[in-house]
Design a binder for this molecule. Sequence first.
Ligand code: NAI
Length: 488
Amino acid sequence: TETSLPFRVADLSLAEAGRHQIRLAENEMPGLMALRAEFGASKPLTGARIAGSLHMTVQTAVLIETLVALGAQVRWASCNIFSTQDEAAAAIAVGPGGTPQAPAGVPVFAWKGETLDEYWWCTQQIFDWSSEAAAAGADWTGPNLILDDGGDATLLVHKGREFELAGAVPDDAEGDSHEYRVILAALRASLATSTDRWTRIADGILGVTEETTTGVHRLYELAKHGELLFPAINVNDSVTKSKFDNKYGIRHSLPDGLNRATDVLMGGKVAFVAGYGDVGKGAAEALRGQGARVIVSEIDPINALQAAMDGFQVATLESVIDQVDIVITGTGNVNVVTLDHILAMKHLAIVANVGHFDNEIDMASLEALPGAEKVEIKPQVHEWRLPNGRSVLVLSEGRLMNLGNATGHPSFVMSNSFANQVLAQLELFVSTENYPIGVYVLPKHLDEKVARLHLAALGVQLTTLTDEQAAYIGVPVDGPYKVDHYRY
Ligand code: NAI
C-alpha cells in the first residue's frame, strides 16, 4: 500500500470521555509528566518511529502522548484482545487538537473484543509506515523502535524474517495453537506480496523495550539461541517496574476485575493463587485483604518459603481443589490449571488468570470437552456447564482478567513502569552505540530516578546522606545506593 490506514478504533465519539480520563490520569502520572517537562523542549526522540504493542488503556494514552511530546512518531496496537479501553483508543486517534470529525491524533489500531485474526491484523498495522514515509519523502518503510508487552510485535518481526529467509512459511502442524495458525496465515499472505518485507523491517529496528516478565523471558530465549535480531531493554526488571506494577498493580486490579465480573464476596472464601512471584504476591495480599483465606502454590522452594513466612498455606492445587472458591493463576507458565482440576472444582467456582498468556488455564481442553456448554453471563464472563452437573465461572476466557474484566493497573503505578519505558526508548535511540545486540536492564541510577520522580506526589520525605555516612557505606551522596545484585 502507498498509504497506510490512519487508525481503527471502536467509536470515535468516545474521544471526549477518553480525554477527560486522560486528563485525570496525567495528574496521577508524575513520572511521565516530569519526563515531558525535562525533555519536551529538546525533543530527543525526534526521528524515532515507535511501533507500540501494549494494552491500549488510559494510562497507555498518557505514555503515547509523552513519547509524542518528546518528538517521536508512534503507531499503536493493543497486546491483548480484551484490554483496550475504547474511550482511550478514541481519544488517541482524535488527538488533543482534533475532533471526531477531523481526527488528528496517533494511528491506533485497537478495540475491546478483537478476534485473534483482527488482533494480528492490528499488530501488522504498527509496522506499516508507508503513510509516514510518503509524508517525509523517506525510503524507510517501517519503524525504528518497538515498544512491546509480551513480545508479540517482536515475535512477528522475527518469524516474518525467518520465513522470508527460508523462502516459505511452514504448513500448520499438529498441535499448533489456533493463534499460531493465525500468525502463519498472516505471514503467508505477507510472503505472497513481498519476499523481504520483514527482513527490511528487522534491519531498520534499533531495538525493543519489553514491558513484562513473559516477553522478557522470550527475549532471553532468543538471545540464548543467537536469534535475537536487535538489542532489547528489559523494562520489567527495573526495580521500579516489577516490584511495583506486578505487585501493587495486581493488588489493585485483581479485586477490581473480580468485583466487576462477579460481585462475589471475597471475605471468608477460599482463594487459591498459583505462583508467588511479584504478581502472585500482590494477588495473595489483595485477596487476604478482602478477608479471603488464601492458599498459594509454588514450584520454587524460595518463593514457597516466602509464602509460608508471609502466613499463607502452601499446597498443590489438587490437594485443595474441592475447597477452593476462587482460583487465580499468575505464573507465566502453561497448563497450571488442567481440565482435571476444573472438573474437580466446587459448583460455580471462579477460575481466572493474571499471567500474560491464556494457556495457564487449559482452555483448549475445556473448549474441546464433549458435553460442556458455554453460557455468556456478560462479555468476558462465562459459565461453563460441565458434564458432571457442576459449573465453573471463567473470566476473560482465561486471558488477563485484570485488564479484560477491569481496566488494568491504576495510573500511579503505571507511571513508574512507563517512565522506565520512556527512558529505555531514549537509551536505545540516543545511545544506540552502547547497546550491541543483547538484553539489558536500565542502569540503576535511572531506576532510582524513576522512584525519585514519584516521591513528592506521595509526600515522601527522603533522608539525604551526610558526606560522612556516604563515605562510611561507600556510596555517592546522590546514588546509586545499592549494588546491582541487591534484591529489595
Ligand atoms: P515471576 O517469575 O516473578 O513469578 C512467577 C512465579 O510462578 C515464580 O515464582 C515461579 O516459580 C512460579 N511458578 C512457575 N510455574 C509454576 C507452577 N506450575 N505452579 C506454581 N507456581 C509456578 O513472574 P511475575 O512477574 O510474577 O509474572 C507472572 C506472569 O504475570 C507473567 O506472565 C507476567 O508477564 C504477567 N504479568 C501480568 C500482569 C497483569 O497486569 N496481569 C502484570 C505483570 C506481569
